[in-house]
Structures are given as C-alpha cells and as structure tokens.
Design a protein. Sequence first.
Lengths: 115, 113
Amino acid sequence: EPEVTQTPSHQVTQMGQEVILRCVPISNHLYFYWYRQILGQKVEFLVSFYNNEISEKSEIFDDQFSVERPDGSNFTLKIRSTKLEDSAMYFCASSSPDRGMTGAFFGQGTRLTVV
Amino acid sequence: GENVEQHPSTLSVQEGDSAVIKCTYSDSASNYFPWYKQELGKGPQLIIDIRSNVGEKKDQRIAVTLNKTAKHFSLHITETQPEDSAVYFCAATFNSGNTPLVFGKGTRLSVIA
C-alpha cells in the first residue's frame, strides 16, 4: 500500500536554529499539506501546496515557515529561527487531485523538540 | 471559520462492548467528515468518512452517523477489541478541492481485555 514517508522521525534542535522536515508524498498525489500537533492538543493545519505554490495557509504559518518541493518527489517544511513553542509533531499529508483534502494520507510524523 | 469539538477526551470500555465518540461542528457549509485513528508513533490513518448527502455509513464494526440539522456526527465501534485502542480524531471540511481539514482534539480509547 502506498504511504507518505517523513524524515527524520525525531529532530532535536537548539532554539534559534533552522530545521528542515522532509516528506515524500504518495507518487501520484498532487496536493500536499503540513499539519502540526502540539502535545495533548488538536492537529492543526499549517499549509497546503498545489501546482508548485501555496494554495492556503493558516495564521500559524508566518514568515518563520516556508515550504518547497525541490524535486519531483520531496516536499519540505523549513522552520527558521526555531522557538521553544515550535516543539510539536509535524505531519505531512498528500491527496490525489480528484479528492483534495478528502481522503488524505498522513505520514507518521516528525517529532520536533526545540531546546 | 470551522470549529470542531470532540467528546469524550478519554474513553475506556471492556472488550466486546461498544464505543461511541461524538463531534460537533460549527460551519454549516462543511460537507465532509472523516475519522482518523492514530496509534502510538504513527500518523493519523483514515478509517471511515461520511459526506453530507448521507446520514449513516458502515464498514464492518465501524459506523459513522451524521445529523446535519444539529451539526454533529458520531463514530460507533461495536464489539471492541484491544487493537482498537488508539486516539481517534474527527474532522470536518468543505470539499472544494484542498480546503484543509479542521480536527477535533481527539479521544483516547482504551479497550480493556
């Protein structure tokens, strides 16, 4: 069964450093998303990406964040100048063009710990 | 924007009993309601979904009901098994392409053998 894969599974970084979280979406999917989940809280939408550009972003997704699809297979989330409150699980998801967010497949997540 | 409330936050049931998790949503335009199961160390996995043009959907031991008038939907798991133990999330969205899902806070279900 096809799956979304994320690397690394756990990332520890110093406050103020930059991190890049990586995702390989399912190969024939064209919509890509990042969500995050702070411990004990809701899964929150960050950004959606389609046709090589951001299609929607939440208030959380400020100038500290950026996304990129550097090649035909990877989808990355960059967090600049990390803060303690950026510590969370970050989930990548993808879906096929005829289904949009419906039926999205999620990766296993990257646990980001900012110290 | 959409807001989804989910109850209860934790639920313990005896193996073989049924479990019910309830969610309410605020945006009457929402028309797609998926349920995700998250096991420890894994990402959310879609287990069942329902669209606003139907009131109930079943898949083996899992069923979802939707009441559009009251703006609430529920997940029903019958004959629970220990492997059903996980965190369950409801979500809602308006299916217009890639409109993002809005999730509930999750319910930790424990099935006691």
